[in-house]
Write a new protein. Structure first.
Length: 155
């Protein structure tokens, strides 16, 4: 009985460690995406409830949905890595650890995909709607290309 409770405590410690490391890597995904779109990454801030990215958009605030995708992609890759580890692992203990890692990251991914504004899913949805509405908006006369001229100089 004592060995079972020790195993559960160790599994809980593993799950907490995976959650903290995964949150940090999720925010690093945001930081990589922010740099890719030209933002200046200032810091990763640690709060008792979360890790957050601090960045300066540099006149490119419309790229926030791409930065949100960076974190989602990082979490998805972590979940797939743990899933692959559980499929390919040999010992049962390693399989259990990988399954817990997959469950933690899958839960984080599904939570962040919710289409609520403070979460990544809400930011991506808002950004994609803006891109779609900008694509549908009629172009002004200034933006229309000039008509093509046919024929040579003698026509």
């Amino acid at each position: 009985m004592e060995a079972d409770s020790t195993g559960l405590v160790l599994l809980a410690v593993w799950a907490i460690g995976v959650a903290v490391a995964s949150a940090l890597l999720h925010e690093c995904g945001h930081a990589c995406a922010a740099r890719a779109v030209g933002w200046k990454v200032v810091a990763l801030r640690w709060r008792w409830y979360a890790i957050t990215l601090a960045a300066e958009p540099n006149e490119r605030g419309d790229e926030v949905w791409k930065v949100a995708l960076g974190g989602l992609c990082a979490t998805a890759l972590l979940a797939l890595g743990f899933l692959a580890g559980s499929v390919l692992s040999g010992p049962a203990e390693l399989d259990t650890l990988c399954r817990v890692g997959f469950a933690v990251n899958a839960l984080m991914l599904l939570t962040n995909l919710l289409p609520l504004p403070p979460l990544d899913g809400g930011l991506v949805l808002t950004g994609l709607r803006e891109v779609q509405s900008a694509a549908r908006a009629p172009r002004s006369a200034d933006a229309q290309p000039a008509p093509a001229v046919r024929g040579g100089a003698g026509n």
